[in-house]
Design a protein around this ligand. Structure first.
Ligand code: APR
Ligand code: ZN
Length: 361
């Protein structure tokens, strides 16, 4: 089968057509991919901004949907023919973290898989499955906890986007920050994830939603998705002054993943407000805060991993909002591309040309 493999950091993904997947073992399912969004975290893995600690080669892709082909021994709750969204953090549902209501931080399923035979290989040897799901391949084998069955009437490209960008963006607002109606919100970085932060802020009843991006075209998109104001990055301080009388926003979402924009988000947050860090940045990129300001401003700095989601219920909540016409998912798809075009999709994302490219299989 075919798939896009990262062999060397900094080099283009190699489209291989001799990948072999082993059969699903106990607790695993085999999925035929139908759609996979191209998320910035894939690009960050390719260019080395993000590292997972898993040795290369590795398939990438973590935002996808597909159809279950086969289930291994002991799998309950999902069967061949089911349409599913893949979840790149599979919650075990039993550990203290899951039971305490933070299933997005569960590591049990991933840890329990250490030592299992590699699921993927080619003639040269084993290949890792990126972020545990590897959606840039025609098929994948994943733990059953990593698939969430959905209604078959949902188009695959719509479903796929929920698997990362939509869940992360909307979840940052409704789960992590819990934005209240009437709040003032600013969003720095209006790409595939940031646009969904804007949609989440609109759903939460925010009265002011300022979109900030370095690419002018993204500001138009942001306004179409519910931002009430939009400015280019250099004008963000002035907009904060005029929209909040200098006090700062109740919530500022950083959706880029860089120290400079994290610091900018912090500076745009009001005393007592919250800066929410959604972007996935590098381990070596340091952000600085003075000891005084942390104390005196009483701003909260909220990390946000996978939209603080419970994928088992939240994917359905988001689909419900989409069905009700309150969450635009089809409008997020700027381009549908083939697996061969995945490197071009990375370039289009880097230059800010697209909200999302979606690979169709
Ligand atoms: N200031 C403002 N906007 C910026 C800046 C900056 N300095 N640098 C980049 N941007 C904008 C881009 O123009 C783009 O619109 O941020 C947006 C990023 O969007 P995408 O490339 O579509 O990335 P996305 O998939 O949304 O991911 C954003 O969240 O999940 C993480 O790893 C992901 O860190 C990444 C972030
Ligand atoms: Zn992602």
């Amino acid at each position: 089968m075919r798939g896009a493999v990262l062999r060397t950091v900094g080099e283009a993904l190699v489209i291989s057509d001799d990948l072999r997947l082993r059969d699903p073992g106990p607790g695993e399912v085999r999925v035929a991919m139908r759609a996979s969004g191209v998320c910035h975290s894939d690009l960050s893995l390719q260019n080395g901004t993000l590292t997972t600690g898993t040795p290369l080669p590795m398939t990438l892709g973590h935002e996808g949907s597909g159809e279950v082909l086969e289930v291994g021994p002991g799998v309950v709750g999902v069967q061949p023919g089911d349409h599913v969204i893949l979840a790149w953090v599979p919650p075990c549902g039993r550990c203290t973290v899951c039971l305490a209501g933070q299933p997005h931080l569960c590591t049990e399923v991933q840890e329990s898989r250490a030592g299992l035979p590699s699921r993927l290989s080619d003639s040269a040897g084993d290949i890792a499955i990126g972020l545990g799901v590897g959606t840039f391949a025609e098929e994948t084998v994943v733990p059953a906890e990593a698939v969430v069955p959905i209604d078959k009437s949902v188009p695959f490209e719509v479903a796929g986007l929920i698997g990362c960008g939509v869940m992360t963006g909307v979840g940052a607002v409704i789960n992590t920050a819990k934005v209240e109606p009437g709040s003032s919100v600013a969003v720095i970085g209006c790409g595939g994830v940031g646009i969904n932060v804007i949609q989440g802020a609109r759903l939460s009843g925010a009265s002011t939603i300022l979109a900030v991006d370095r690419v002018p075209a993204k500001l138009e998109t942001a306004l179409a998705f519910g931002a009430t104001h939009a400015v280019i990055s250099d004008d963000a301080a002035e907009a904060t002054q005029s929209l909040t009388r200098g006090a700062g926003f109740d919530y500022v979402f950083e959706v880029v993943g860089r120290s400079a924009t994290i610091r900018q988000a912090w500076d745009m947050t009001r005393r007592g407000g919250a800066a929410v860090i959604v972007g996935a940045g590098s381990a070596t990129d340091q952000v600085t805060f003075s000891a005084l300001e942390l104390f005196y401003t009483e701003r909260r700095l909220l990390g946000c991993f996978y939209g603080s989601a419970d994928v088992r219920t939240d994917f359905h909540r988001l689909l419900g909002l989409w069905k009700a016409g309150r969450l635009d998912l089809t409008g997020l798809v700027s381009r549908e591309v083939g697996l061969d075009d995945v490197n071009d999709a990375f370039a289009a994302m880097e230059s800010g040309e697209v909200v999302r490219s979606v690979v169709r299989f």
